[in-house]
Write a protein that binds this ligand. Structure first.
Ligand SMILES: Nc1nc2c(ncn2[C@@H]2O[C@H](COP(=O)(O)OP(=O)(O)OP(=O)(O)O)[C@@H](O)[C@H]2O)c(=O)[nH]1
Ligand SMILES: [Mg+2]
Length: 703
């Protein structure tokens, strides 16, 4: 492959709703350009960027995938991203590595929740966006309906640059409004060959209407041009394209293109327009990074070869026999094969051996990459997603990719008991590869807990675990970390006496127990007077109480938020020892705690749910059905719905993400954080206590 300097590089993320045709489009772009030798297909499991076995099995993208198309003296780096919300992390990472976005919109289903989400992500990043209407060959495809939906739901600034000739099974050509010519595709073409003709007469009226709109919209972005247009002067093609590119950069224009990627229709024209309309890497807006290993001085990063090297690792793929493959976007400086670099994020030296660019699963070694390009290397020692690679002399840290927060949590255990350690290692590796997948140990419930963006995400993660690390993990509902407390006061004695042959055991204490406010934990007060218990034994009483409290009195959960006063007792000069007083403490707790009106506590989370107003009633009703309490609602400032704040017991929140999504067709989102413990309502508590008694009986029976 030839070398490409920054002005000849385009970095484009292909984003959109699930199954909108992104992967098929990326395959077609790379194939039609001649850069990829084979026209792959998602259905056959041969698509260029869907090569992981989990993707081939399921027929949808899970990982972002990199490919390229060399076209018109330029190299277009294409980043195919997954459309399903469960893999949204990689779509965000793909956008972070690119300079512009292709938002793919299915001509049969038009704007969907994922389209909206990704379009807004791109807008937030101030990326130029080019819309692609896909699958125009499919039954029921409609260009006008799709265009209208984009206009109504995404942006009024969308403007068609092409219109289709025929639709659905009759789709066979595209009218280009700039060239005022039609491309009529040759039946059975493998790589989008066409005959150029004048606009077919039956499309003349439609052409005139859209042409008028296109030129007026472009002219409106430039006062001088508008004036000339109003004076009746012709606006030339090159001039119009240059103005459109500027308008796109400012977010004032969003051109729309037509394709059927499966038939390779519209793909050549799209390649040309990507080169003409998308900003080159050289035009990248400066980035604000932090300089130095401590990262305390701000520094501007420009896509120039003469700046020190800096690159962001935006994706890591773990393969058992290959090791990690790290994909990086160079933001400044050039880099050569074998170069030593420095990971300032982790303070480690790395070597870029076998510097490559990816064409789907293939990696093509290159001698050098320039500022703004995207590359990959295998086997870095200690570099992960979101790390910055730079140089020892000029260490920098680029801004992090802000990945989505976990939404769904499960407990996990190895299907085979001997595999627990392997499981832990595998889970860690999965997290290294995919930061939106995380794990931790929950000491109160003894669960290993995994979190991710959705059920599908965790299910796929388990499939990866099995394939890559040879261990099967089973997902179960995580246990709830209930606690217990007391609501009343009580006092009583714990007396431990044992006489066995020689030396005996003797400890005796009197305690008072009383509740403390929520969150105060446990307080022990030594109120012994006159040496009724020698002071060296009092701490043993304390320990005994703590040990017993950890096992609770109602359902085996730790008892918290109480105070114990140890106010009396007795001892034996020969038989007393620490052990005996600890036993006395345990007995005292067991005698007194049940008398203090013990109750069950449960953890609650505070949720912030954002929902379009049409679902507000359902969302609020669902909160109540989950024993939740609404704290307040407020209208979103952008007029796109309402924010609901609510407190809901964790026990009622398992798979909330899935339910919320299906209730609102994916349009609502939420964040949650731990709020605190509150008493479980009596009727719910009875059930939990009964279940706990039953499971303890089962354990006893097994033993
Ligand atoms: N008829 C027709 N089908 C298409 C076209 N493009 C894609 N498809 C089919 O639509 C389905 C989804 O296509 P993909 O390319 O996997 O869509 P995607 O957007 O990558 O999907 P995710 O990776 O799940 O987000 C596949 O079965 C494709 O074969 C097209 O131009 N015409
Ligand atoms: Mg895909």
């Amino acid at each position: 492959m030839r070398e490409y300097a920054s002005p000849d590089i385009r970095n484009v993320a292909v984003v959109g709703h699930g199954a909108s045709g992104k992967t098929t489009l990326v395959d077609a772009l790379a194939f039609v350009s001649g850069s990829s030798k084979r026209h792959g297909s998602v259905k056959d499991g041969t698509a260029l960027t869907d090569f992981a076995p989990e993707e081939v099995d399921r027929g949808y993208s899970i990982n972002l995938g990199c490919a390229y198309a060399e076209w018109m003296e330029a190299k277009i780096n294409l980043i195919d991203t997954p459309g399903y919300a469960d893999f949204h992390g990689d779509a965000i990472a793909g956008l972070a590595a690119a300079d512009g976005a292709l938002v793919v919109v299915n001509a049969t289903s038009a704007v969907e929740v994922g389209t909206e989400r990704m379009f807004r992500e791109a807008l937030q990043r101030r990326d130029p966006v080019l819309f692609v209407v896909s699958m125009l060959d499919k039954e029921n495809a409609s260009f006008d309906r799709t265009f209208a939906a984009i206009k109504a739901r995404l942006t009024a600034k969308v403007i068609p640059v092409e219109v289709p000739v025929g639709e659905g099974p009759d789709f066979h050509g595209i009218v280009n409004l700039f060239s005022r010519k039609a491309h009529i595709y040759r039946k059975g073409t493998k790589s989008g060959e066409y005959d150029e003709t004048d606009v077919p007469p039956e499309h003349r009226a439609q052409f005139d209407r859209y042409y008028q709109e296109l030129i007026e919209t472009i002219a409106a972005t430039d006062d001088a041009m508008l004036e000339r247009y109003l004076e009746g002067q012709e606006i030339g093609r090159d001039e119009a394209i240059a103005a459109m590119k500027e308008g796109m950069k400012r977010g004032e224009l969003f051109p729309l293109f037509c394709t059927s990627a499966e038939l390779t229709y519209g793909v050549r024209a799209l390649l040309t327009k990507i080169v003409e309309l998308m900003p080159s890497a050289y035009e990248m807006e400066e980035l604000h990074a932090l300089r130095g290993a401590e990262g305390d001085q701000p520094v501007e990063i420009h896509a120039r070869d003469d700046q020190p090297f800096s690159a962001l690792v935006f994706k890591t793929l773990t393969e058992p026999h290959v090791g990690d493959v790290s994909f990086f976007r160079i933001f400044s400086g050039a880099v050569v094969n074998g170069q030593d670099v420095y990971n300032a994020t982790r303070n480690v030296a790395e070597k870029l051996g076998h510097l490559s660019v990816a064409q789907g699963r293939d990696r093509i070694e290159v001698p050098k990459l320039h500022a703004g390009d995207i590359g990959c290397v295998a086997k870095l020692k200690n570099t992960h997603t979101n790390d910055t690679l730079s140089t020892r002399e000029h260490p920098v840290r680029l801004p992090d990719i802000r990945l989505p927060e976990p939404q769904v949590t499960f407990a996990v255990h190895a299907t085979s008991r001997n595999d627990e350690e392997k499981l832990q290692q595998g889970l860690h590796r999965l997290h290294d590869e995919d930061p939106t997948f995380s794990m931790h140990y929950e000491p109160e419930t003894h669960d290993t807990v995994v979190s991710g963006l959705g059920e599908r995400h965790l299910e796929v993660s388990m499939a990866k675990l099995k394939r890559k690390f040879g261990v099967s993990g089973e997902l179960t509902r995580p246990k709830i970390a209930y606690r217990e407390t007391i609501r009343g006061r009580g006092e009583g004695q714990g007396r431990h006496k044992k006489q066995t042959g020689g030396r005996g055991q003797f400890g005796d204490c009197w305690i008072r127990m009383m509740p403390l406010p929520r969150g105060e934990g446990y307080v022990f007060a030594d109120e012994i007077v006159g040496g009724a218990i020698p002071s060296k034994y009092v701490p043993a009483v304390d320990r005994g109480i703590q040990e017993a409290a950890a096992r609770g009195v109602l359902a085996g959960h730790p008892l918290v938020d109480f105070k114990v006063e140890c106010f009396d007792g007795s001892y034996h000069s020969v038989d007393s020892n620490e052990m005996s007083f600890k036993m006395a403490g345990i007995l005292a707790f067991k005698a007194v705690a049940p008398k203090c009106r013990p109750v069950l506590l449960e953890p609650l989370d505070e949720l912030e749910v954002t929902t379009p107003d049409e679902y507000l009633g359902d969302v609020m009703g669902d909160v109540s059905a989950r024993r939740g309490q609404i704290l307040g609602t407020s209208a979103l400032t952008d007029g796109r719905g309402t924010l609901v704040r609510a407190v809901i017991p964790q026990a009622e929140l398992h798979l909330y993400a899935t339910h919320l999504s299906s209730m609102t067709h994916g349009y609502a989102s939420f964040t949650r954080r731990f709020r605190g413990y509150e008493e479980v309502p009596a009727e719910v508590a009875q059930k939990i206590i009964a279940e706990s008694a039953k499971s303890r009986e089962e354990v006893m029976a097994e033993a």
